[in-house]
Design a protein around this ligand. Structure first.
Ligand code: ATP
Ligand code: MG
Length: 362
């Protein structure tokens, strides 16, 4: 069982605390994705797991073994970085074989593993080429192949696709998903800024902010039931619309008064003591629809129309000056800038957060 256990993991650089006590249990074979704003500590945490950064405090276990003082080469971990550092004078085959040669593996075993990795990454036809004769996506696949050849128990990726263009990203993402299926027992931890990568690859996503964990959960769990305002705004694109409000009626259902005056009733229970408190109302752009009649959440004027083909984004001004509400409608519309419109949403799709940003649970 090659699981990972992080207990109260801390990291400081001098007097600067970067990670403030990370607790995380990762099961063997899981695909875990770390997301969070730039500088929140994702790479640092990954590098600590790899053994490339020492651990300031807490305990890290791989396979039940305390590894705080175990060097990188003894952890059974392979890491793929954002920029693929291939040896330019070596063929694809030799790049992938290099680590095994150093480790003294037999020629037969090296050949077997390189060919198997090349096969799974669709690199078989490129084994004799030099890196300069490969596309960016192919080079990154060689870097991944080199890591596979080390037969790691744990596979770490730090934004491996961020240097690739959009089409290559998609193709390589699918390659990684396939790899994850083939290497079902290998634990994978993957850092990305890309929502689609996080949502499609992860068994569970870990949302980090400023050196601590905000929430851990399956992708759709985070999307549908964010624990707090931070996660609600971070998962989903464009981000959830947040409107300041006051709780006017608490109980089995909750009625709030939005900034701007309108009342909305939500199927979310709140304690009587919440009445009168400030709260944040949340609704995702894709959960808003054009209202018919008087049953609407807000109204305003269309300030921008972004037609993306598959969807249209509308920026609606009116509720909060300078902070438009974003509406995502399916397909192409004939809505024009300047139009006045009203929008509604299904009650089950509405979110409410308290003054500290915690979610009021359904
Ligand atoms: N060697 C170092 N010395 C001092 N501070 C560091 C060092 N390495 C990283 N940091 C700080 O630690 C914090 C976390 O950095 P880290 O690289 O882990 O962020 P990240 O979440 O990976 O960000 P990004 O998404 O931009 O890659 C940052 O504030 C960074 O400035
Ligand atoms: Mg980073």
């Amino acid at each position: 069982m090659t699981g990972l256990t992080l207990k109260e993991i801390r990291k400081s650089y001098g007097s600067v605390d970067v990670l403030h006590g990370i607790d995380l249990e990762i099961k063997q074979g899981e695909f875990i994705v770390f997301v969070g704003p730039s500088g929140c500590g994702k790479s640092t945490l990954l590098r600590m797991i790899a053994g490339l950064e020492n651990i300031t405090g807490g305990e890290m276990y791989i396979d039940g073994q305390l590894v705080n003082d175990v060097p990188p080469s003894k952890r059974g971990i392979a890491m793929v970085f954002q920029s693929y550092a291939l040896y330019p004078h070596m063929t694809v085959f030799d790049n992938m074989a290099f680590g095994m040669k150093i480790a003294g593996e037999s020629k037969q075993e090296i050949d077997r593993r390189v060919r198997a990795a090349a096969e799974s990454l669709q690199l078989t036809n490129y084994l004799d080429r030099l890196p300069k004769a490969l596309s960016g996506g192919q080079r990154q696949r060689v870097a991944i192949g080199r890591a596979i050849c080390r037969d790691p128990k744990v596979f770490l990726f730090d934004e491996p696709l961020s240097n690739l263009d959009a089409a290559l990203r998609v193709a390589t993402r699918i390659e990684i998903a396939r790899l994850n299926e083939q290497m079902a027992d290998t634990t994978m931890i993957y850092v990305t800024h890309d929502q689609v990568e996080a949502m499609t690859l992860a068994d569970r996503i870990v949302v980090l902010s400023a050196g601590h964990i905000e929430q851990v959960g399956a992708p759709l769990e985070l999307y549908e039931r964010p624990a707090n305002l931070f996660v609600a705004k971070f998962i989903g694109s464009p981000a959830m619309n947040i409107i300041p409000s006051t709780i006017s009626e608490a109980g089995a259902t909750t009625t709030i008064t939005l900034k701007g005056g309108r009342s909305v009733t939500l199927d979310i229970p709140t304690a009587a003591s919440e009445k009168g408190k400030t709260a944040s109302f949340g609704v995702r752009p894709e959960d808003l629809q054009i209202a018919n009649g008087d049953d609407y959440i807000f109204e305003g004027e269309v300030s921008i129309v972004e037609a993306l083909g598959e969807v249209t984004l509308l920026y609606i001004e009116g509720l909060m000056p300078g902070e438009p509400i974003i509406v995502k409608l399916p397909g192409i519309t004939d809505i024009k800038k300047g139009q006045k419109m009203r929008f509604a949403a299904d009650r089950s799709k509405l979110h409410l957060f308290d003054a500290e940003g915690h979610t009021y649970r359904r």
